[in-house]
Design a protein around this ligand. Structure first.
Ligand SMILES: [Cu+2]
Length: 505
């Protein structure tokens, strides 16, 4: 962003708790963007990403601000020591403005770790954005685009001191206005030493009363304007809250899904009719048995008429299930529909295609922290490099090794929906859900959009027949708590799911 914009934005956000009016200036631009997209994941707004900027392999963390416009904190770590400088610039993910980058900002190199770079960036717009990272070093230049879903999560409260100061100044100005008007009428054109006549004094009183009424009216209208802006801002916040997954069961095992926004405008702007495929499917549906997460299904419902989705359920026991359904809207904004469903005993069909399931011990059992998990083929998965207490808000590389039944690393790790693995990070209270891939927490469909791919979600990169036995996911827990991590891979044509429980401080 320009310095001028930044100063303007700083001045504004200092004076006002909402900052929405700046957005109003960008309203036309935002309106052009069409559907404002949402929180990709549930309770996990920061972006963790791993990818190549030309010859440089980078790990990127984007901490999305709580309010928009707001400052995003960006950390970039290079895997090699040959990067000299990192610059970054925010842009729209798709549509107008997605190929007109403003002047980039330079990141600061860390004095302790010369491979780390950090900086901050003003995000001025809601919706599906991208941060373009420009790396330069001894091997030349490289560019990497990171999709960033930008949305406000709260309204910053006015600081009491600032509020008191502004209230005092307002009162002073309002009273001064009344007295200045009175004095002007009473004494404005008197000669030196002349006394105002009683008629002038009476007239001045009338003018003061009138001025007071006008000033109060202005203050009243100002308050109304402020309240209206606050309401609009709250509406924007609600707009970006996870939509509600509404479900009903038909014919014994057909689960029909629709979405309802937490703001009525959501359904007008985001249509399930035009969500785009994300790693091969229009929707990734996760059903997790409550309260202990002792069973999990990862299904891929079909879209039917009216923007509804239908999942043909497998056989499931009676009970309450958490619903998380990932979709990506046409602007590249990822939404997770959230809800619960009470199911009777379901007599369903066998799993097919990319659908998968897992069953095991409930969370909170004896083994609260696990680093090795049994697989259904007799092998196991080992969580590597984890030691000590895990902390919230720390970006990590979650690395897992897939072993065969003799404990040897497998040689036949196959692509599962185009990737080496899929991981779901779920908190015990269901307030955090993140579906993460080796490239990070971004949606793969959004990533395809940054590359100008319109095949939307289909993997255009050459796919190896087999992956190395270790698979890693860049991610950071958003808050302390008890978590279960599901890691899904494919070997010998079969999807294997491992679950790891961990406590985060
Ligand atoms: Cu996935």
């Amino acid at each position: 962003m320009r310095d001028f914009d930044r100063m303007r934005a700083e001045a504004k956000s200092n004076l006002r708790s909402k900052g929405r009016w700046l957005r109003t200036a960008l309203g036309v631009v935002v309106a052009l963007a069409g559907a404002l997209s949402v929180s990709a994941h549930v309770g996990s707004p920061d972006v963790f990403f791993e990818g190549d900027a030309g010859p440089y392999h980078l790990f990127v963390t984007v901490r999305v601000p709580q309010v928009i416009p707001g400052v995003a904190e960006i950390d970039v770590r290079s895997a090699s020591p040959d990067v000299r400088s990192i610059q970054f610039v925010p842009m729209r993910l798709s549509g107008a403005g997605s190929n007109l980058p403003p002047t980039p900002d330079l990141a600061q190199r860390s004095p302790q770790d010369p491979q780390s770079f950090a900086g901050s960036l003003w995000l001025m717009e809601f919706g599906a954005l991208q941060v373009r990272i420009l790396a330069e070093g001894s091997q030349g230049k490289g560019v990497l685009s990171v999709p960033v879903p930008a949305f406000a999560r709260r309204t910053l409260p006015m600081q009491p001191l600032l509020g008191g100061l502004l209230l005092g100044l307002t009162t002073f100005l309002a009273l001064a206005m009344v007295f200045i008007a009175g004095a002007a009428v009473r004494e404005g054109n008197l000669n030196p030493g002349e006394q105002p006549t009683p008629a002038r004094v009476r007239h001045a009183r009338t003018v003061m009363v009138t001025t007071a009424i006008v000033v109060l009216a202005i203050l009243f209208l100002g308050d109304r304007w402020w309240q209206a802006e606050a309401k609009n801002h709250q509406r924007d916040i609600n707009f970006f809250k996870s939509p509600i997954a509404e479900t009903r069961l038909e014919n014994g095992n057909r689960l029909i899904l629709t979405a309802k926004g937490q703001d009525p405008h959501w359904s007008k702007e985001v249509h399930l009719e035009d969500v785009i495929p994300d790693h091969g499917h229009l929707m990734h549906l996760f059903l997790i048995r409550l309260p202990g997460m002792e069973q999990m299904w990862h299904l891929h419902p079909q879209r039917i008429e009216g923007g509804q989705f239908v999942a043909e359920l497998p056989s499931m026991t009676e009970g309450k299930y958490q619903v998380f359904a990932d979709v990506v809207d046409k602007t590249g904004f990822p939404w997770t529909l959230v809800g619960t469903v009470d199911l009777p005993e379901v007599k369903g069909k066998a799993l097919q295609g990319d659908d998968s399931t897992w069953a095991g011990a409930p969370l909170g059992g004896t083994s609260d922290d696990s680093t090795s998990a049994k697989l259904s083929n007799g092998g196991s998965m080992v969580w590597q490099g984890v030691s000590g207490t895990l902390r919230a808000d720390v970006p990590m590389d979650f690395r897992f090794e897939v072993d065969d039944k003799d404990g040897k690393p497998v040689e036949n790790l196959e692509p599962y929906m185009g990737m080496a693995g899929h991981a779901e990070f779920v908190s015990s209270d269901m307030s955090v859900f993140a579906h993460v891939h080796p490239a990070g927490s971004i949606s793969m469909a959004a990533l395809a959009l940054t590359r100008g791919e319109t095949g939307m979600g289909s993997m255009s990169m050459p796919m190896p027949e087999h992956f190395p036995p270790q698979v890693s996911f860049p991610y950071g827990f958003p808050k302390p708590g008890q978590y279960r991590i599901f890691v899904q891979v494919r070997t010998a044509g079969q999807v294997e799911t491992a679950a790891f429980d961990t406590r985060v401080e």
